[in-house]
Design a protein around this ligand. Structure first.
Ligand code: E4P
Length: 217
């Protein structure tokens, strides 16, 4: 399973890219708005850093506007994936952009039928939002299982990109279910590193080593 970071923050992308664990980045209008500054420049720098797929979302709500914005975003860098919302207009735009040779991520997926319809129009990725489903009292990961099953049966090339991830359990479940990609905030990726027994174990190894060295002199 590929790991993307869900952020518009260049520093976070740089830090994770240096660790060699990062395959791509997802952004959205809220994340880029939080950063301020020139979003085109930020996206370009993120693309140059990660050298993998970077989703950038349109804000138009009509298909023609989405296509126009999508082409404009794609001109920023070869790594840009055009993100469109799951609406009828979004699907029309996805179809046009895909036949132009662009890769499209259909976002705001909350049902298996939405994912299936997006795959039918050639989406490169679908983004089910698991955390937001959990927030309203359903189990977001059930949606991922359904989409993975549907895509396996239909032999779609569309990748399942698990989004709106809130904790490492989402990451583990996504991997076990056979999702293609998980995109997580940097804070959740950080949690994936941590285990108190690793820290305790390392501390003990170093102390024992130090004691043995001191006994030798
Ligand atoms: C995915 O591409 C979205 O940017 C993101 O995962 C949304 O997550 P949120 O529900 O934490 O805002």
């Amino acid at each position: 399973m590929k790991l993307f970071v869900d952020t518009g923050n260049l520093k976070e992308v740089e830090t994770l890219a240096q660790l060699g664990i990062l395959d791509g980045v997802t952004t959205n209008p809220s994340l880029l708005a939080k950063e301020g500054g020139d979003y085109r420049q930020i996206l370009k720098q993120i693309c140059q850093t990660v050298k993998g797929p970077v989703s950038a979302e349109v804000v138009a709500t009509d298909a023609a506007g989405m296509v126009r914005e999508g082409r404009d975003l794609a001109a920023i860098d070869e790594h840009i994936i055009i993100k469109v919302p799951f609406t009828k207009e979004g699907l029309k735009a996805c179809r046009t952009l895909t036949s132009d040779g662009h890769r499209v991520n259909v976002t705001l997926i909350f049902s298996p039928t939405q994912a299936w319809l997006a795959a039918k129009v050639g989406a490169a990725y679908v983004s089910p939002f698991v955390g937001r489903l959990d927030d309203v009292g359903t189990t977001g990961m059930h949606l991922v299982r359904e989409i993975v099953d549907i895509f396996d049966n239909a032999d779609f090339a569309t990748e399942v990109l698990v989004a709106s991830v809130r904790n490492p359990i989402h990451v583990v479940e996504a991997a076990r279910m056979g999702a293609d990609v998980v995109t997580a905030p940097a804070a959740v990726i950080e949690q994936c590193f941590r285990h108190p027994l690793t820290d305790i174990g390392l501390e003990r190894f170093l102390k024992d080593w130090e004691k043995a060295q001191a006994a030798r002199v």
